[in-house]
Design a protein around this ligand. Sequence first.
Ligand code: SAM
Length: 247
Amino acid sequence: MPSPVVAPAEGDAWGQALLAAVDGHDSVIMVERDDGLIEPDLFVARNYFGEPDSWSDRDHWAIERAVGRVLDLGAGGGRATLALQTAGRDVVALDVSPGAIEVCRRRGVQQCFLGSVDDFVDTNPTPFDSTLALGNNLGLLGSRTGASRLLNALAAISTSDAVVVGTGLDPYATDDPLHLAYHEANRRVGRSPGQVTIRVRHRALATPWFDMLWCSIAELAELCEPTPWRVVDVYPGPLYAVVLRRV
Ligand SMILES: C[S@@+](CC[C@H](N)C(=O)[O-])C[C@H]1O[C@@H](n2cnc3c(N)ncnc32)[C@H](O)[C@@H]1O
């Protein structure tokens, strides 16, 4: 007889993993791609609650370029928000995960917004000088159309000479046949090779499927063309950081 269990249940897997970590439990997430590839993102507390002295040079390069009032896009456990807030900066943590925002609050973040940038456009009172997207959150551009939409929404809540500073990954820096086959399958249907459809798993929970967009710096520059943003500075590498400036 087949098992009666229908799993995984859809929910805030990201937030539940962060809440478990803030409560002191070992907390692990898995990232599942729609071709079946499952990769672990272990040590949630270490990766997403770490103090700046445990961060990569790339993260330091990025946060140093986030000037003025900052929007921490996809703040997660709030490590970047807290570093800036502790330095006396005006910073807002934004995340679509209720659990992530609860964790930010519990860890002392003073300004939080639960929702997407689209949701925030109508409610944000003061424009931002910088948007910070650490944790490879440049991937939140999502797709070619998603990128225009997000970059235009960020422009709507930014000052006229604002920057977007973020980290991302170059999808072409691989010889893994699974990734190469995924790129090829994307090309065949007209998607950008580095667009990935994934969901995050924690215990028996899974987020809804969503798209992340991994792109080369050249592709990122091309995505910016129809928007008010231009690539003006790069921390190079397969794991890179960039500064986009509003023009
Ligand atoms: C990889 S974590 C990065 C966390 C944090 N930036 C860091 O570096 O520690 C990604 C975060 O982005 C959030 N997220 C995912 N999609 C989002 C969206 N469309 N808008 C805002 N946040 C989103 C997730 O809920 C999660 O907290």
